[in-house]
Design a binder for this molecule. Structure first.
Ligand code: ZN
Length: 315
């Protein structure tokens, strides 16, 4: 197995920070082992891997800006070579992600000119959808913006400005060994700790945006977060919060798969049993197979255990 270049920290963390006495805050995310675990069973071509890595990093950045208990889903849907990309992050930073793509179109697009900046070809024209679902309440938030600006980072900035009215600067990067993302936001001016003037905070944000805009992908992936923050906020006091670990953990369960089979309907499930003698649903995220024998599968519909496929009446 290939090894990452030396100096790369093999960690999975999200870290929040804020500029002292100003309405400017940010988040830094770096994924290493969790990124490798997440795509262990996925066979993704290089440009799709990069897009997937950036998307799951973006999902963590989004989740870390919110107070919620549940799951945040970032979804890219477009007419490009990647038809659908889903990246999820829970409030306690458990991540998973999957992409559906057209392999021929991805391979056709792997020319040097495109590889330097593959996002437009991979994503095409489409939408970025952010959904937040609460665990215990039936509440759901959804924001939709067009994919724009030729990158996922630019689309995310657009999302924040549009859906939350927060000027935001984002930089994202991913390779085979890790991913990283840095987000800086100009927050509304209220609260007791803000003493700097609005103009000062605006200038701080503008300078940070320019500074992180000049960060190269290799630097983003390899340099310690403190270096990048110091570059973005030179000469300013930063309040850096404790980092929080991130882990790959799939949320699939027998219960969730049961719900999915119920929504398919009894007739469909019976026809699968007739064809394959059982029902196996493989999780798209972690590739775990969930197998239901005919008895288990029919029981999901409250059907009697002795009603085998081929029988005609069910009440
Ligand atoms: Zn799973």
């Amino acid at each position: 197995m290939q090894q990452p270049e030396s100096g790369r920290a093999r960690i999975d963390i999200v870290q929040r920070f804020a500029v002292e006495r100003q309405s400017v805050r940010g988040q830094f995310v770096r994924l290493g082992p969790a990124w490798l675990a997440l795509r262990e069973h996925g066979d993704y071509p290089e440009p799709v891997r990069r897009m997937l890595g950036e998307a799951v990093t973006a999902a963590v950045l989004l989740a870390s800006t919110l107070k919620f208990e549940g799951e945040l889903t970032l979804q890219l849907q477009g007419d490009g070579a990647v038809r659908l990309l889903v990246a999820q992050c829970t409030h306690d930073f458990r991540i998973r992600a999957v992409a559906r793509f057209d392999r021929e179109r991805v391979e056709a697009s792997m020319r040097p000119a495109v590889l330097a900046d593959p996002f437009a070809v991979l994503a095409g024209a489409g939408t970025l959808v952010v959904t937040v679902e609460a665990d215990r309440r039936a509440s759901r938030y959804q924001g939709v913006v067009p994919i724009s600006g030729g990158s996922l980072a630019a689309s995310l900035e657009h999302y924040f400005e549009n859906s939350e009215q927060l000027p935001t600067a984002v930089v994202l990067g991913a390779d085979d060994f890790g991913t990283a993302g840095l987000l800086v936001q100009r927050m509304p001016d209220h609260g007791g700790v803000v003493t700097a003037s609005i103009d000062t905070a605006n200038q701080t944000f503008a300078a940070a945006r320019a500074a992180i805009g000049s960060v190269q992908r290799d630097e983003l992936l390899a340099r310690p977060p403190e270096d990048l923050m110091r570059r973005a906020f030179s000469g300013l006091d930063l309040r850096v919060h404790d980092s929080h670990p991130i882990g790959f953990r799939c949320r699939c369960s027998r219960e969730r798969v049961s719900g999915m089979l119920r929504s398919l309907g009894l007739e469909e499930v019976r026809s699968i049993i007739a064809e394959q003698q059982s029902v196996t649903v493989t999780c798209e995220f972690c590739h775990r197979p969930w197998r239901f024998d005919p008895v288990d599968a029919l029981r999901l519909f409250g059907a009697a255990v002795d009603q085998v496929p081929g029988s005609t009446t069910l009440n």
